[in-house]
Design a protein around this ligand. Structure first.
Ligand code: CIZ
Ligand code: SF4
Length: 304
């Protein structure tokens, strides 16, 4: 095993020197999670970014997450250690394409998953996360909505709220879309006493086989609070590290093959160190887009 001790110490020293805070997403490499000041989901981390007194935020995650932090904390410098860390799902819709879609459905509110660019958020009425999508859409009270970009999360909302017609954008997370029902059936056979927790970015036929459908933050809370001792975890592999921290005496099983998001794994300790040392990878959002994007994010926060 690589010894990360020296690099981690250097990162902590640099962060203190520069007045920086290091945030890491639940899907990051274990050693990157361990060096961070806070680990969490994209919205939780963005709220940390807004609340911290630090002037620089190093965001170990993917581009849309750093952008969301910048939207909520515009006066701070937000650094993405690996600028090529993107999200293929977020890239499946552009602001321009969303505007054209809205024009075909005049007057129908646009509900957008936080896994989207600032430009797309700016064209949306309200954002949602996987933790609050059902609650936010319910509170919206509309009989028909447009939902982008994740068709799987949108289908989950539609099934939870049969009175709402959900028009789906054709987007998906390649990492979660790859999970097939047979993998869950095999895990169920191998671990008959375990509860299966699945992320709503998985296909409906996968979600149907789970005992609980949860966001990453919800999985952490569920595993800590539920009386069960064993869990099968159907989301990106990085969450296993956090689950062991949240519930140290419980057992967590992954599917085979493992669920991995390559974009979440490109950020290494070296890259976090380099971003801190040379202030590289700054993420910016133009004022015009930011003001409209924050309205959609704040509407979610106020109703979710
Ligand atoms: O919102 C997030 O951080 C993502 C991508 C997943 C989740 O369920 O927390
Ligand atoms: Fe995007 Fe999926 Fe990777 Fe999350 S796990 S960053 S939704 S590709």
């Amino acid at each position: 095993m690589t010894d990360f001790t020296a690099l981690s110490a250097e990162i902590r020293e640099l962060a203190a020197e520069r007045g920086a805070v290091v945030l890491a997403h639940n899907y990051q490499r274990a050693e990157v999670q361990d060096v961070a000041d806070f680990v969490g989901d994209s919205l939780g981390l963005s709220r940390r970014a807004a609340a911290t007194s630090a002037t620089t935020i190093v965001f170990a995650g993917v581009h849309f997450m750093a952008e969301t932090a910048k939207i909520l904390a515009p006066e701070k410098r937000v650094l993405l250690p690996e600028p090529n860390a993107g999200c293929p799902m977020a890239d499946m819709v552009t602001g321009e394409a969303l505007v054209a879609w809205k024009e075909r459905h005049p007057g129908v509110p646009v509900v957008t998953y936080v896994n989207s660019s600032a430009e797309v958020k700016a064209e949306s009425d309200v954002c949602v996360t996987s933790a609050n999508a059902v609650a936010v859409v319910q509170a919206l009270g509309a009989s028909r909505i447009l939902f982008a970009p994740d068709k799987n999360l949108g289908s989950w909302v539609a099934r939870a709220l049969p009175d709402v017609e959900v028009v789906l954008w054709d987007g998906w997370c390649p990492t979660h879309e790859d999970v097939i029902p047979e993998q869950l059936l095999a895990a169920r056979a191998e671990h008959p006493d375990a509860l299966i927790m699945a992320h709503p970015e998985c296909r409906p036929e996968v979600v149907d086989l789970a005992d609980a459908v949860l966001s990453t933050s919800q999985m952490l809370a569920y595993a800590a609070e539920s009386p069960a001792d064993e869990y099968v975890v159907v989301t990106e592999s990085g969450l296993i590290h956090g689950l062991h921290r949240a519930a140290p005496r419980k057992r967590f099983f992954e599917l085979s093959p493992r669920i991995l998001c390559p974009n979440m794994k490109v950020t290494t300790l070296q890259k976090v160190r380099d971003a801190l040392a040379s202030s590289t990878g700054e993420v910016t959002v133009s004022d015009d887009i930011r003001v409209r994007a924050i309205a959609a994010v704040e509407r979610m926060i106020s109703i979710g």
